[in-house]
Design a protein around this ligand. Structure first.
Ligand SMILES: Cc1cc2nc3c(=O)[nH]c(=O)nc-3n(C[C@H](O)[C@H](O)[C@H](O)COP(=O)(O)OP(=O)(O)OC[C@H]3O[C@@H](n4cnc5c(N)ncnc54)[C@H](O)[C@@H]3O)c2cc1C
Length: 536
C-alpha cells in the first residue's frame, strides 16, 4: 500500500464547497490537496441562482472572474395561473451596498471560475479519485483512496455532497426526511414565445413548472432550465425497468446527483413534451436537449460538523430543497467561514477550539435554511386541495405585495447572516443595544465600505480581505502595528472615507470581529482569540 507524504488539509469533493474551501486555505498559505471521484469536472449544472452573498464570497476569494458578464440577469420570477401572471418577485440588491450582483449562471461555470482561481493559487483537483475509508489518531488522518493509495493529512474536510462518504466514515448522523415525489429537471432548447428577461413559474393542479433562461455556449439564446413536479411519472418506472432489461435498449437517466434514475431520458423528455403545453397553455416545440435528469427533495442535517480532525461542509452537512437557490449559497458560506479558522489552526497560529466556532456559527443558519426551503417545498407541492387553494388564492396575492417581495429578496440573499449570538459574538445586552440603535453589531456582515490604504490610495474593504483580516483605523490613527507572531498575519490597516472614527476589526469572511475606540486594543484582543479559540 503506497502512503503519500503528510499534507496539511485534504479536501474530499471538488464541487463548489470544496473548491471554495481550497481557495480560502491556499489564500492563507496552507498546503491543500483536493480529490474528486468524478473522472472530470461536471458539465451539467444543478444550481443556477447565485444570490448576492454567494457572489460576494466569490469576489472575496478572487473567483468572481467574468461571471457577472456571462450570467443572465433574470432575477425576476413571474408566477402564472394558467395564462394569467399572478405574482412577480424581483431578486436583487435590496438597497444594501453589495459588492457583487446576484446572478443566473450555471453551477458548472461557477465551479470553472473556482478551479481557475485555485490553479492560480497552485492547486489542481485530482479527478477520478474516490475516498473509500478513513481513520484518525491525535495527529493525523489516514484517508484510503480507491486506487490503493493512503493519503496522510493533518486535517480532512468532507465536501463530498449529500451521500458524504466522509460523514459516514466518522459516524456523523444526518437524519432526514423525504419532502416530495419526483421533479423532472432538464436543460432544453425550446421554440416558444417566452420572455427571457425573467424566470417563469406556473401553478397547475397536476404540479408546478418552472422555466428559467440559461446562457448557452453557442449563443443560440433558446436554452431553458425546466423543473416540473411530476408524481405521475412514478407509473413509468416499470417500463423503464423493462427497457433497462433490454427491451428497448434505452439507458436510464442519471438523477441530479449522478445516481441512476428509475426513468430513461426518453421518458423524461416525453413527459416534458406533454407537461409544457398542458401547464403553460402555450405552443412549445422542443428543439433539442442538453441534459435530462430528475430529483426528489430530502431534508437532512448533520448533527455535528466536526469529529476530531475531520470536518464536513456544504451538502455533506445539510441537504435541502433547491427552491430559493440556497444550497450552493450556504455551501460557499460554510467554506469561507471554515477556511480562515482551519488555516489558522493548521498553521499552528490558533487553538483547535476555534474550529468548534465553525459549527456553532454555521449549523443554526443551515437549520433556518432547511426550515425555509421545506416550507417553500410544501407550498410548491401543495398536496391537499386546501393547500392548493391557499397557494393559488391567498399566498400568491400576498407575495405580490412590495414589502413581502423586499423581505423575500433579503431573506434569499443571505446578506442578513450574522454570528452575533455565537461564540465569537457578544452578550445579550450589546445585541439588544445594537438592535435598538439599528447599528452594526459584532458578528454582523460588514458592507463593502469605501476606504483608503495607509498610503492614501482609495480601495474597498472586500478587495483588501482575500483571506486577511482588516483593521479600520481613524484618519488620524496612530495605532502601532504591534507585531503578532508572524508579520504576514497582521490585519491590513484601512481608513474609512465616511468619517466614522471607531476602530473595527473585520474577519477574513467580512464579518465584524471587534469594535473599539482605540485601534491598538485590537491586537491583544486578536491574540487572545487565537489562544483560546473563542471570545466568550
Ligand atoms: C435541481 C437543483 C437546483 C439547484 N439550484 C440551486 C440554485 O439555484 N442555487 C443554489 O445555491 N443551490 C442550488 N442547488 C443546490 C446545489 O446544487 C448544491 O447545494 C451544491 O452543489 C452543493 O455543493 P457541494 O460542493 O457541497 O456538493 P456537490 O456539488 O454535491 O459536490 C460534491 C463533490 O464530491 C464528490 N464526491 C462525492 N463522494 C466522493 C468521494 N467518496 N470521494 C471523492 N469525491 C467525492 C462528487 O463527485 C462531487 O463533485 C440546486 C440543487 C438541485 C438538485
Amino acid at each position: 500500500m503506497a502512503v503519500d507524504d503528510v499534507t496539511d488539509v485534504l479536501v474530499v469533493g471538488a464541487g463548489p464547497t470544496g473548491l471554495a474551501l481550497a481557495c480560502g486555505l491556499r489564500l492563507q498559505g496552507v498546503g491543500v490537496r483536493v480529490i474528486d471521484r468524478l473522472p472530470a469536472p461536471a458539465t451539467t449544472s444543478r444550481a443556477n441562482f447565485v444570490h448576492v452573498r454567494g457572489s460576494e464570497v466569490l469576489a472575496r476569494l478572487g473567483a468572481l472572474g467574468d461571471l457577472p458578464q456571462r450570467s443572465v440577469r433574470a432575477m425576476r420570477i413571474t408566477t402564472y395561473l394558467g395564462d394569467r401572471p399572478m405574482m412577480r418577485i424581483r431578486f436583487g440588491d435590496p438597497g444594501l451596498r453589495t459588492a457583487a450582483p446576484p446572478m443566473v449562471v450555471s453551477q458548472a461555470l461557477v465551479e470553472g471560475e473556482l478551479r481557475r482561481r485555485l490553479a492560480e493559487l497552485g492547486v489542481t483537483p485530482e479527478w477520478g479519485v474516490s475516498l473509500t475509508a478513513l481513520t484518525q489518531d491525535d495527529d493525523t488522518v489516514a484517508a484510503e483512496l480507491d486506487d490503493g493509495r493512503t493519503v496522510r493529512t493533518r486535517w480532512l474536510v468532507g465536501c463530498d455532497g449529500t451521500a458524504s462518504a466522509v460523514r459516514k466514515a466518522v459516524g456523523i448522523n444526518a437524519p432526514g426526511v423525504r419532502l416530495s415525489e419526483r421533479f423532472l429537471l432538464a436543460d432544453l432548447h425550446l421554440d416558444w414565445d417566452m420572455d427571457r428577461t425573467g424566470t417563469s413559474g406556473w401553478v397547475h393542479p397536476t404540479g408546478m413548472l418552472g422555466a428559467m433562461p440559461m446562457p448557452d455556449d453557442e449563443g443560440r439564446g433558446d436554452l431553458w432550465r425546466l423543473i416540473a413536479y411530476d408524481p405521475a411519472s412514478a407509473e413509468l418506472e416499470q417500463t423503464a425497468d423493462t427497457s433497462v432489461a433490454g427491451t428497448t435498449g434505452a439507458p436510464r437517466a442519471a438523477d441530479a446527483y449522478g445516481r441512476r434514475s428509475r426513468l430513461t431520458e426518453e421518458q423524461i423528455l416525453d413527459r416534458l413534451r406533454a407537461i409544457l403545453p398542458e401547464r403553460t397553455g402555450r405552443d412549445v416545440r422542443v428543439l433539442d436537449s442538453e441534459w435530462l435528469s430528475e430529483f426528489t427533495i430530502h431534508r437532512r442535517l448533520a448533527d455535528r460538523y466536526r469529529r476530531g480532525r475531520v470536518l464536513i461542509a456544504g451538502d455533506a452537512a445539510h441537504a435541502h430543497a433547491p427552491f430559493g437557490g440556497q444550497g450552493m449559497l450556504t455551501g460557499l458560506g460554510d467554506a469561507e467561514n471554515l477556511a480562515w479558522k482551519l488555516a489558522l489552526v493548521a498553521r499552528g497560529r490558533a487553538s483547535a477550539t476555534l474550529l468548534d466556532t465553525y459549527e456553532a456559527e454555521r449549523r443554526p443558519l443551515a437549520t433556518d435554511v432547511l426550515r425555509g426551503t421545506a416550507n417553500v417545498t410544501r407550498v410548491n407541492v401543495a398536496r391537499s386541495p386546501v393547500g392548493r387553494f391557499m397557494r393559488d388564492h391567498v399566498l400568491i396575492r400576498l407575495f405580490n405585495q412590495p414589502w413581502v417581495q423586499r423581505w423575500v429578496t433579503f431573506t434569499t440573499s443571505q446578506l442578513w447572516v450574522s454570528y452575533r449570538s455565537g461564540p465569537l459574538g457578544v452578550g445579550r445586552a450589546e445585541r439588544v443595544a445594537a438592535r435598538l440603535g439599528r447599528r452594526i453589531c459584532v458578528g454582523d456582515r460588514v458592507p463593502n465600505l469605501d476606504c483608503t490604504r495607509r498610503d492614501g490610495t482609495p480601495t474597498r474593504l472586500y478587495a483588501e480581505l482575500g483571506g486577511r483580516w482588516a483593521l479600520f483605523v481613524p484618519p488620524s490613527g496612530t495605532a502601532k502595528a504591534e507585531p503578532s507572531a508572524e508579520p504576514g498575519d497582521q490585519p491590513t490597516r484601512l481608513t474609512r472615507t465616511d468619517g466614522v472614527a471607531e476602530a473595527w476589526l473585520v474577519r477574513p469572511d467580512g464579518h465584524l470581529a471587534w469594535r473599539g475606540a482605540d485601534p491598538a486594543s485590537a491586537t491583544p484582543w486578536l491574540a487572545d482569540l487565537l489562544r483560546t479559540g473563542r471570545t466568550r
